[in-house]
Write a protein that binds this ligand. Sequence first.
Ligand SMILES: Cc1ncc(COP(=O)(O)O)c(C=O)c1O
Length: 411
Amino acid sequence: MDLIKYVERKNTDCAKWDGLKSTFSRGDLLAMWVADMDFKVPDCVSNALKDYIDMGAFGYYVPPSGYYDAFIEWERKYHGYEVKREWMRFAPGVVPAFNWLVQMLAGEGEAVAVMQPVYYPFMKAVENNGRRLVNCPLLLTETGYSMDYETFEEVLIRENVKAFIFSSPHNPVGRVWERDEIRRMLDICKRHNVFVISDEIHHDLIMSGHEHVPSATAGDTAGAYDDILVTLTAATKTFNLAAVQNSIVIIPDEKLRGVWDKFTEGIRITGGNSFGYVAVEAAYKEGRPWLEELLTVIEGNYNCLRRKLEAGLPDVRVADLEGTYLMWIDLSAYMDKIISDAAAAYSMDPDAEDAAVKAMQHLMEDECGIAADYGAWFGGNEYAGCIRLNLATRRENVEQAAKRIIAALKK
Ligand SMILES: Cc1ncc(COP(=O)(O)O)c(C=O)c1O
């Protein structure tokens, strides 16, 4: 149990610790926002990169067959998905991939759907590309979050939706969707000719007792949804490799692949840098033991933070963590206090429309000294009482976060 090694990342030019001031009021916060990890990549990855660097020539590159084989084997072995080499395409990130797909699959002004609260670059992808954003919020009940199928179908019809961006597992609420849930959603999309962009970047970060079902395998027959489906994934979240900018697009349908190829040839981005391929191949080939240990660390951090918060703040609502390393915490029960504290600290109007958003910033940044992802980012003021904390760090930071949040709200 010593494969997961904490790295002190301050002053390494990392966005999470060194880029705080781009988003927050201070640069000295406890960074629990950006979704990457404070852990060293597996040794197999560093060694492969070192060997490649020692080789010393970095001219034009051909992605090796070992890269494709390693990914195909990984998907087959751990996700039961038989991916064919010819279905695989490259993107320098899942975010660029879904931005491009929004442009390919919906015309200007046409509707693209999301289910909020959801990873905010989904919304930006729709809006920045001049498509129309349509939201079908997740339902929250006593048992947690679920998809609202009836409303979803109504919305797809009413808004003439062309594409839906799906987060599976779901960032930020931590759901690992079950087969029946995915199938119901896909059946609705298929009935109404809606393309599904299935963002499965968190697909390896699955907590015990849960299983990730790739959207492509959710049907009764192989390829049941191929004509409406593009799957996006990467080793990025799994192995802490965001900076190598290598992600994988899976398009089983020949016609859809044609659309992708025409678009990416038009912008001349059909392959990535050699370092990305080297790192990703090594991770998929030999990184599994590291990942297994990582999952126990994440689960331990989650249990620790949840236990502490629930003990200190009886009215907190913590979403179950089925997948991802992102914890969704609802502090709405304390909102009156959060707002009145903020109003006392600044001359803030407690009745202002964005009072809850500002108050949460005050609580987290000024009172707790924590950089969190704010709930409002994932779907507007309705989620202002929530925060998302990144658990992929050392236990000490998690304990610190619990201590500070409890102290600030108990004061
Ligand atoms: C759902 C989801 N998609 C995509 C990304 C980022 O993708 P990339 O770094 O490959 O662009 C993230 C990172 O947090 C994410 O949570």
